[in-house]
Design a protein around this ligand. Sequence first.
Ligand code: SF4
Length: 482
Amino acid sequence: MGADMPDEELWRPRHECGICGVFGHGDAAKLVYFGLYALQHRGQESAGIAAGNGQGIVLRKAMGLVPDVFSEQTLQQLPGHLASGHVRYSTTGASSPGNVQPFMIRHRGMELTIAHNGNLVNSMTLHKRLEAEGAIFQTSMDSEIVLHLLARELVRHPLPEAIARALGQVRGAYSLLLMTKDSLMAVRDPGGFHPLCLGMLDNGAYVVASETCALDLIEARYLREIEPGELLIINREGLQSLHPWPPARRSFCIFEHVYFARPDSNVFGLNVYAARKRMGAMLAREAKIDADIVMPFPDSGNYAALGYAQASGIPLEFGMIRNHYVGRTFIQPSQSMRDFSVRVKLNPVRELLAGKRVIIVEDSIVRGTTGRSRVQSLRRAGAKEIHMVVSCPPTRYGCFYGVDFPSPKKLVASGNTIEGIRDYLGLDSLHYLSLEGLVEATGLPKEHFCLACFNNEYPVPPDTGLAKEALDEGRQPLSPGL
Ligand code: SF4
């Protein structure tokens, strides 16, 4: 009997999506393929690449991981000097082949593709309006709304103005790649929720990617972040930068630094590895604990654990060893094998843990179920005391901006006290990093971040449908004014 594995990939919030585009290289699709490979952590459900050669666009996409979707043969079917790609984990819309991105439409002889990272917060209102006006939707994705809005504006306006007018009607989080047969356009929403960066290859080709780790893999030089509220148009004439929307409050998703982004990436101008280490150091300052060893549950807490150990002077050890070859499903053993699904992934080192006072450093606690089993596993391995420090505040609220948390009712911190969570996890003590400490670790001002899943202050209010849905699901009421 196969069973879904309740490993950290399934009990943690899901990454949103990753996007990558190249303009000006004969092997554009292959470069995008490698870029998506580097961004695989941002979405494992599906992958797609659209390629243009000045004459038309070819699109290949399917459910699965990047190397499963694309072979050498598939990539040969994607010729051209520009390409854009997408890896996805669904945050809106069902998990189905019809929702795999990029999407392509044909409008009055023009082919246009879109690849979207984020989530629109007024999608229900726009969807209803567009349907009332006669639009027929082919998917359940909010990204398709952008294409419908764009098609309407293209009737009266040239492409750059049509994009500006169409996106002027949407609200929320969107890092986008749009592509015609001869132009690549990159957009970041005015709040700049999710990252998007610009790089250049040796031959002068431009690369746009969600994270800098994609630039590194294809040896592109990092040029800069695409700015919040910026529309970049890249074509044979070069690169044009427009800021067609009114400036807005910065709303960088701080969870990118806590958990989502790869540690070798620079996000919002900061290296993720260094930021996570500083979060650990902040924790050591805020939560002083007398203990023998500091350890992460690999790999999530590794960098914060290193920061905590260096700042506290307590040695860093790896008290749990990860099996890197565990797939998503496996044969369940008999009931008597307690916590099998936890131990198959992480196994404690008994000789190291026996009789020790242990500090576990975690990057976040969401549901707490897996953490609880891991703590029990450490106890059975002989740990004398188990303390946990977490490199962010309690996650109590949901996300409307493209990050898929478990149902808020299942967030262990929702409606619970720290003492209640400590008791549930079976710990001797539990400490969360303060919101101030988290922000200080980034070195950026608090006003630059979205912190809504911690403080319930949503920088871009969702439309009434989404807000009502949240309340129906038992989430905390949204901030005043929403
Ligand atoms: S609510 Fe949390 S996860 Fe969502 S964008 Fe804001 S900080 Fe990121």
